[in-house]
Design a protein around this ligand. Structure first.
Ligand SMILES: [Zn+2]
Length: 268
C-alpha cells in the first residue's frame, strides 16, 4: 500500500503535512487530487498546549509526522486519564488557533467507542484536545448488531484517517447494561426503540451471568470484551490492519467514582 506520506517542511515555522489516501476506498472523497493537505501555521502555536501525543516532540524536533504506533496511541490515552484522575488535566488544543488550524483536516490518534452516558466524555476523561479523538458514542457502547452507522463510523476512521487504535470503552454502572439485566429478569418489553437497543447488550449479560461479583459490572466488562472481539474479526477493513500491526483494538472500563480507566483485555 502507499501508506502515509508527508510533505517537505516549509522553511520557517510553517509545516505542510500531506496525507495520501489508500487506493480503493472512499473513492468519492478528494477525487480531484486524492490528497488532503493540512497547512499548519506556526508549529509552536498549533501545539502550544501540547505536552503529549508526541506532537510537542515532533514540533521541537522538526519531524513531519504526527503518526504514532497503536501502542503509543493507547499510552497517550492512559497518560491523559492519569492526569484527569489526579486533577492535573492540561485541556490541550482548545484555543482558537487550534481549531482554525484543524479546519483543513483531521488526524485523530484513536477511535473511542463509548457509551452515550453524560458522565463519560472521552475528550475530558482522556484529557485530549480538538482533533485527537474520533468518538463514536451510543448507549451501552454496542457494536455487534448496531448496524452500519456505528461500524461504518469506526471503519471510516481506520480506512480513511488511518487511526491506529480503537478503544472500546464501557463504564461502571452502565444504565443500558442495567436495563438489559432488568429486562431479562422481569421478561418485560421496554418501550420504543429502547427494547431493541438493550437486546444488543443481551449477549454480554447472558455470557457473564455465572461470573462471580456484581452482575452489572461483570456484564459491562463482558460487553467490552465482546465488542473488542467483534471488531478484531471485522473484514475487510479492520482485521487486515490488525494482522499488519497497523491497528490495535483494546477494551477498557471507566470507573464513575474514581475517573480511572482500566484496560480489560490485552491485545491477543
Ligand atoms: Zn452506559
Amino acid at each position: 500500500m502507499s501508506g502515509t506520506d508527508y510533505g517537505e517542511s516549509v522553511p520557517g515555522l510553517t509545516q505542510v503535512l500531506a496525507y495520501e489516501h489508500e487506493d480503493g476506498y472512499m473513492s468519492d472523497a478528494s477525487d480531484s487530487t486524492r490528497r488532503d493537505f493540512l497547512v499548519l501555521g506556526s508549529a509552536a502555536g498549533l501545539w502550544s498546549a501540547g505536552t503529549r501525543l508526541g506532537v510537542t516532540d515532533f514540533a521541537a524536533e522538526g519531524r513531519r509526522s504526527r503518526a504514532v504506533t497503536p501502542d503509543e496511541a493507547l499510552q497517550h490515552l492512559l497518560d491523559g486519564n492519569a492526569r484527569f484522575v489526579k486533577g492535573q488535566s492540561l485541556s490541550p488544543r482548545r484555543s482558537p488557533g487550534d481549531f482554525r488550524a484543524l479546519a483543513a483536516a483531521q488526524y485523530p490518534e484513536a477511535v473511542v467507542v463509548g457509551c452515550a452516558d453524560s458522565r463519560v466524555p472521552p475528550e475530558i476523561i482522556f484529557d485530549t484536545g480538538l482533533g485527537d479523538l474520533f468518538v463514536v458514542r451510543v448507549a451501552g457502547n454496542v457494536i455487534s448488531g448496531a448496524g452500519a452507522a456505528v461500524k461504518g463510523s469506526i471503519e471510516y476512521a481506520v480506512a480513511e484517517l488511518k487511526v491506529p487504535l480503537i478503544l472500546v470503552l464501557g463504564h461502571s454502572g452502565c444504565g443500558a447494561v442495567r436495563a438489559t439485566l432488568q429486562r431479562l429478569d422481569a421478561k418485560q418489553v421496554l418501550p420504543g426503540a429502547i427494547d431493541g437497543l438493550v437486546e444488543l447488550v443481551e449477549p454480554a449479560v447472558t455470557a457473564s451471568k455465572e461470573m462471580p461479583g456484581d452482575p452489572v459490572e461483570q456484564a459491562v466488562r463482558k460487553n467490552v470484551e465482546l465488542g473488542v472481539e467483534h471488531l478484531r474479526t471485522l473484514e475487510p477493513i479492520l482485521a487486515p490492519r490488525i494482522r499488519q500491526a497497523k491497528l490495535r483494538v483494546a477494551g477498557a472500563v471507566y470507573d464513575l467514582k474514581t475517573g480511572a480507566v482500566t484496560l480489560v483485555e490485552e491485545q491477543a
